[in-house]
Design a protein around this ligand. Structure first.
Ligand code: V0D
Length: 247
């Protein structure tokens, strides 16, 4: 796809030494995108996967260290069965088409979320994708599937209680020790959260980890989110950091 003039301009103004280390994205608006175009909702999800591909490429090009994508929340199980079924076919389709390029680009795929309660074929697809990329040393691509922030924190608390009961916890718990029990153990917190689809909420995403993140909300539906928007968000992030630095 041709690079727009605006994209080239903005890209020049990005300081490659100060890109966010970790970007998290809530990919919202697929269904509404489709309905407003008179298309079936699954067409929105299909297009959403294309956007995932472009976003991963662009984040990798920009030198982003970690990209965390929120693809499905526990609340989404309330959707009609046919839509859930379709969504559950996406991880497998995604890896069928994207795995060679992910490997070529040295991207490492990981899952954050309650793996145990994912349908078998989804778990297998993600595990195969993680396995195939586990030795890659470039960008980390986290897919948040069946993820909820409060349940992540409670899971951490319960794991911590088990370790304590076994006598394996010494001293008091501080933020660092607690973070080691989260799905994102070992990773820096997101510097920037992007949410598409015109809603201005966190929706139970990365509650602990987003404590200090810059927030960037877009009215664009996820299928229409493009490289330009990602570059705009990164540029805006850098402007905020620069102003903050001057205080
Ligand atoms: C629909 C927009 C990629 C959000 C993108 C099962 C909603 C398209 C994945 C994916 C979904 C997940 C895990 C993985 C690799 C790819 C995906 C779901 C929905 C929910 F390891 N897109 N995508 N998963 N949509």
């Amino acid at each position: 796809m041709a690079t727009s003039k605006r994209e080239a301009e903005l890209k020049q103004r990005i300081d490659p030494g100060k890109v966010p280390r970790h970007i998290a994205i809530i990919m919202d608006g697929n269904g509404r995108w489709a309905v407003e175009k008179g298309l079936p909702r699954q067409e929105g999800h299909r297009q959403g996967v294309e956007t995932v591909r472009d976003t991963v490429r662009c984040a990798n090009d920009l030198g982003i260290g970690i990209l965390t994508l929120f693809a499905f929340s526990t609340e989404n199980w309330q959707r009609p069965a046919w839509e859930v079924n379709y969504l559950m076919s996406l991880p497998e389709k995604y890896f069928q088409s994207e795995l060679p390029e992910l490997i070529r680009n040295n991207v490492r795929v990981r899952l954050i979320g309650d793996k145990a309660r994912l349908p078998g074929k989804v778990r297998k697809a993600v595990e195969d994708g993680s396995e195939a990329t586990k030795n890659n040393t470039g960008m980390i691509l986290n897919f948040a599937l069946n993820y909820g922030g409060r349940s992540e924190i409670l899971r951490a608390v319960n794991d911590l209680l088990s370790d304590a009961a076994a006598g394996n916890v010494k001293g008091r718990i501080d933020e660092n020790k607690f973070s080691a029990y989260l799905y994102t153990a070992g990773l820096p917190d997101p510097d920037l959260l992007i949410r598409t689809g015109a809603e201005k909420r966190i929706s139970n995403f990365l509650l602990w980890q987003l404590a200090y993140a810059e927030l960037w909300f877009s009215n664009v539906y996820w299928p229409d989110f493009s490289r330009l928007h990602l570059i705009e968000a990164v540029h805006d992030y850098q402007m905020r950091k620069r102003r903050f630095g001057k205080l």
